[in-house]
Ligand binder design. Structure first.
Ligand SMILES: [Zn+2]
Ligand SMILES: [Zn+2]
Length: 141
């Protein structure tokens, strides 16, 4: 696979037990389904689900639109990480993969750290709770 931003070859890199396709030129990475949950750090909800399924808006970001590096010809959709975070990721509806740009991983981990801090104080972040709720419903996802 090649980087959708600059065309450089992506190389495998291990992050939290997930093998991601990483671009050494721009620091971006492609994540297969399931890998965003792994690299974001532990939470009790499903972050990929709450990022994608309830988000019906088209978001714009500073990086601009790209085509999925895995399923060529499919434009990726801009989605907001866990809906309310202001971190805009690229998501491929064809293969379920995510593209994360250079500085976004740090921001995602900070965000997840805040959810877990809030949870320690007895406040369950509503987005995580929401994903658990929907995850238990009997419709396909
Ligand atoms: Zn790149
Ligand atoms: Zn794809």
């Amino acid at each position: 696979m090649n980087c959708p931003r600059d065309g450089a070859a992506l190389s495998d890199r291990e992050l939290n037990g997930a093998m991601v396709a990483h671009c050494d030129a721009c620091g971006g990475m492609f994540l297969e389904p399931g890998e965003l949950n792994r690299i974001a750090g532990p939470t009790r909800g499903d972050l990929e689900f709450s990022t994608v399924d309830l988000d019906t808006f088209q978001h714009d970001d500073e990086y601009g639109p790209i085509v999925c590096p895995k399923t060529a010809g499919h434009s990726m959709k801009k989605v907001e990480f866990n809906i309310l975070s202001n971190i805009i990721l690229d998501y491929c509806e064809e293969c379920g993969g995510f593209w994360i740009d250079g500085r976004e991983l740090t921001r995602i981990r900070e965000e997840v750290g805040e959810y877990n801090e809030a949870e320690k104080d007895g406040v369950e972040p509503w987005t995580v709770r929401l994903s658990q709720f929907f995850w238990g419903l009997p419709f396909p996802h």
